[in-house]
Design a protein around this ligand. Structure first.
Ligand code: MG
Length: 356
């Protein structure tokens, strides 16, 4: 049949057929040596349709040529899996960009810009402000901060790609918790965040050795399990009640247990040579067990979620004073200024939440 008829039979254009012929994929059955007209055999329709479909799947002509020599379902499944991976990888990159936009530093050391979010839950009405700052001595900000629906979280990245790890951790946490907003869902979201960082750190060379802390307060209504905090590492949740600041999370650090046992004061812990050694973090192993504990909070309380950039160089009494500022925005600004005034040696991320 003529090229026109054949093109119509297999749903391809004459131009495509000429391309496939030039690539040796589908050679016409006959060519008129005088007119140059090409003729195809009806037995070639099947092959032409297969080529057309593979091109729609964006398979290269070279790969199609190889495939046609030995067509197999296995090979199609390999392309399938490659496509899944590519989509996942592109989606992941877009997630990171979105998270990057949401958590990039919004302030300088002298002009704090504090973001404020207001949420009303059936439990309480919450008003929160958040900010993160590079500090004065670091080139990058590896801390990240997230407010999403009922979730208030900070993460402190570690390693050369720590900034990627902390953002990855918050993004995985957000997605995991959104899928199951409950205390168990929060724990599972932490494990998923760990898995994500661990997978990337162990397969992508430039991510090797990256990790992150994660402290996440979930303002769950009582009928969904009540307010709860998940913690891995040495970021913290504090509660300010009646002027008294209390740390509600336990630091997973070498010095943490020593402070809890009264063997080391909070002041001495801040200068201890092993103060930066963590005993638990996301990304250092295939599994992680987060601490997940109920949070006792009531209207009038103020909660502070922060990375160690806040408390490393600042006395707890000063944190308490600054946290007591009239509203969350000014509390966040004062806390960040406090860390800057104390030297700004580390990145800092802070969320202040008013429970009403
Ligand atoms: Mg830090």
């Amino acid at each position: 049949m003529s090229i026109g008829e054949f093109a119509a039979r297999c749903g391809l254009s004459a131009k495509m057929l000429r391309t496939y012929a030039a690539a040796g994929l589908l050679v016409p059955a006959a060519v008129d040596e005088i007119s140059g007209y090409r003729y195809y055999s009806p037995t070639q329709v099947d092959r032409a349709e297969t080529i057309g479909l593979l091109r729609r799947a964006r398979i290269s002509l070279a790969d199609i040529a190889l495939f046609l020599k030995d067509p197999s379902t296995e090979r199609v499944m390999v392309w399938h899996r490659q496509l899944d991976k590519e989509i996942e990888s592109r989606r992941h990159a877009l997630d990171l960009v979105r998270n990057h936009l949401a958590t990039r530093p919004r302030r300088t050391a002298t002009h704090p810009v504090v973001e404020t979010e207001r949420h009303t839950t059936t439990m309480n009405s919450l008003t929160a402000a958040m900010a993160t700052d590079k500090g004065l001595h670091r080139d990058t900000n590896q801390d990240a901060v997230l407010i999403d629906d009922l979730l208030y979280a900070v993460a402190d990245g570690m390693g050369a790609s720590g900034a990627i790890a902390s953002r990855m951790s918050l993004e995985a946490l957000r997605a995991g918790f959104a899928a199951d907003p409950s205390p168990a869902g929060l724990a599972e979201a932490c494990r998923q965040a760990n898995q994500r960082i661990w997978d990337e750190a162990s397969t992508v060379a430039e991510y090797e050795g990256m990790g992150s802390t994660l402290t996440a307060f979930a303002a769950l209504p009582v009928d969904q399990g009540g307010p709860v905090v998940a913690n891995i590492g040495d970021s913290r949740l504090y509660r300010l009640r009646d002027g008294l600041l209390e740390q509600l999370t336990e630091d997973h650090s070498v010095v943490g247990p020593l402070v809890r046992a009264g063997e080391l004061t909070e002041d001495l812990a801040r200068t201890h040579p092993q103060r930066h050694l963590l005993t638990r973090a996301l990304g250092i192993g295939p599994d992680v067990t987060p601490d997940v504990v109920a949070v006792d909070c009531k209207p009038g309380d103020r909660l502070v979620v922060s990375t160690d950039g806040l408390y490393n160089d600042v006395a707890e009494s000063d944190i308490a004073d600054a946290s007591a500022a009239p509203d969350p925005e000014s509390a966040v600004a004062r806390l960040i200024d406090l860390a800057g005034a104390a030297g700004g040696t580390d990145n800092i991320a802070v969320i202040v939440i008013d429970v009403r």
